[in-house]
Unconditional design. Structure first.
Length: 132
């Protein structure tokens, strides 16, 4: 079921995501998650500059900086989204999305970058606070 504009129906995509989530728990016993992967990536990068520090940090003892199924899941999300956008013909590089330009003007890529970064920090902080 595809929409007329070439994109997938959000209902179908949501339903398929739900089915994959259920199958993940059923077969593997693991829930989907992404925020821990960002922490693990930070740990992997930090190990390049100070491996002895990472080995002694309580947080990285609990959440080992490693490439695991969840990290590969996040990579798969990126690759799947890229393939989907390219094959549907909807991929385009733009510094300011159309919705943002309509609301705040197209001349604000710096403002857009700052707001996106702050929003990401707030979302990641909340996810880590919830241990998710």
């Amino acid at each position: 079921m595809k929409r007329n504009d070439g994109g997938w129906s959000p209902y179908l995509a949501g339903a398929l995501s739900g089915v994959v989530g259920v199958l993940s728990v059923w077969f593997v016993g693991q829930y989907f998650g992404a925020s821990t992967s960002f922490v693990r990536t930070a740990g992997l990068i930090e190990q390049l500059f100070g491996p002895e520090r990472v080995a002694h940090m309580d947080y990285f003892i609990k959440v080992a900086p490693q490439v695991d199924w969840q990290w590969m899941f996040v990579v798969g999300i990126f690759l799947g989204a890229m393939i989907s956008a390219v094959t549907s013909g909807s991929f385009k590089l733009q510094a300011v999305p159309d919705m943002w330009a309509d609301r705040f003007g197209a001349q604000s890529p710096g403002k857009r970058a700052v707001v996106a970064f702050v929003g990401g920090v707030v979302a990641m902080f909340g996810a880590r606070m919830a241990d998710g």
